[in-house]
Design a protein around this ligand. Structure first.
Ligand SMILES: Cc1cc2nc3c(=O)[nH]c(=O)nc-3n(C[C@H](O)[C@H](O)[C@H](O)COP(=O)(O)O)c2cc1C
Length: 196
């Protein structure tokens, strides 16, 4: 049976959207059934409309369904991508996560494979703490964290973040694409093992 993967992301300017699209394609290539889902925008419309780039990115994502708790229940594994904000994940991502209390209580979030990626403006702007903050939540769920580590040579080329692929904003590099592909395929492999 194909493992089911929900690729869950939030993106203001497009970087984490690009990561998520790449991860979704890689997971499908690895044989998974995939749902690509975006976290709903929670910033006031006037704030979004006040920045052309923010407005354009939100318009670009209109065809991607907003994440619902059911997308988390459905999946065997989660590929997460969220921007770094003050050293942790963007509040739009957290707002969705904070709707999952009833699912957590039912035990539906336990035993799911999870891996995470992020971007930050600066090379050392908090990527590692953001990923760790996402994994702290995963531990509360009883999810099984699948970090990339250094288990593939690409991790010695992509900046070497063992917690998850991370980058600075902008178009993905070829190495970045390879690293995301590796991380998504590794997630599919372990989601399949865990879900049996
Ligand atoms: C409120 C706010 C806080 C941010 N905090 C950080 C930060 O702590 N470190 C950093 O390097 N970049 C920070 N950034 C930059 C974001 O990480 C960057 O915009 C994001 O990675 C771009 O991802 P996206 O294109 O998917 O929106 C911040 C941006 C905003 C708007």
């Amino acid at each position: 049976m194909s493992p089911k993967i929900t690729v869950l992301f939030y993106s203001t300017y497009g970087t984490n959207h690009a990561i998520a699209e790449r991860a979704a394609r890689a997971a499908e290539e690895a044989g998974a059934e995939v749902r690509l889902r975006r976290c709903a925008e929670t910033a006031p419309q006037a704030v979004v409309d006040g920045q052309d780039a923010w407005r354009a990115q939100l318009d670009k994502m209109q065809d991607i369904p907003e994440a619902k708790p059911e997308d988390m229940e459905w999946a065997d594994g989660y590929f997460i991508s969220a921007p770094t904000r003050f050293g942790v994940a963007a509040s739009q991502f957290r707002a969705f996560i904070d709707t999952l209390g009833p699912l957590w209580q039912s035990g539906a979030l336990a035993n799911k494979a999870i891996t995470a990626t992020t971007s930050a403006q600066n090379p050392h702007g908090g990527q590692e703490t953001t990923l760790q903050s996402i994994y702290v939540t995963a531990m509360h769920w009883g999810a099984i964290i699948v970090p990339p580590g250094y288990a593939d040579g690409v991790k010695f080329e992509d900046g070497g973040n063992p917690y998850g692929y991370s980058c600075e904003p902008g178009p993905l590099s070829d190495t970045g694409k390879k690293s995301i592909t590796y991380q998504a395929k590794r997630l599919v492999e372990y989601a399949a093992k865990i879900s049996g």
